[in-house]
Write a new protein. Structure first.
Length: 143
């Protein structure tokens, strides 16, 4: 039952990404081009995601999921090296490709060669990040 609801929620998320234009790389790049031909419409998409999510976090506080398990803990409020480096890499990839992970997966069937290359690069980054993070932590430790 839990997998069915996860599938339905993921499908709804993907449809929302398609309808909102988040899978259109030119629309995303237009949003990021603040000094050129800026397209502010994705601000409504972001607001439409942030407001309900804030309400959901407030509603979930002190509760347990109906289908078992536990809600994830709130993220660490401080800025750390991992957050800053990850944000820079995410933003650079988003700006260059016009896609981020959710829309890239939603457009996997029609993204063409560029979409496939993005998905492979994203998978490579996801695979390579944990060992790289561990290696950086080792280097930071005083001998």
């Amino acid at each position: 039952m839990r997998d069915l609801f996860a599938f339905l929620a993921g499908g709804l998320f993907g449809v929302g990404l398609l309808i909102s234009g988040m899978t259109d790389t030119t629309k995303v790049q237009g949003w990021l081009d603040v000094f050129g031909n800026w397209d502010p419409t994705l601000a409504f998409v972001m607001g439409g995601a942030i407001v309900p999510m804030a309400a959901a976090w407030a509603f979930a506080r002190g509760r347990r999921p109906a289908l078992g398990g536990a809600f994830p803990p709130a993220p660490e409020p401080r800025l750390g090296r991992n957050l800053v480096i990850g944000s820079v890499l995410f933003g650079a990839g988003w700006g260059l490709a016009g896609l981020c992970p959710g829309p890239a997966i939603a457009s996997a069937t029609w993204g063409g060669v560029g979409g496939a290359v993005f998905l492979l690069a994203m998978a490579g980054g996801m695979w390579g990040a944990p060992p790289l993070r561990a290696r950086l932590a080792e280097v930071e430790q005083p001998a």
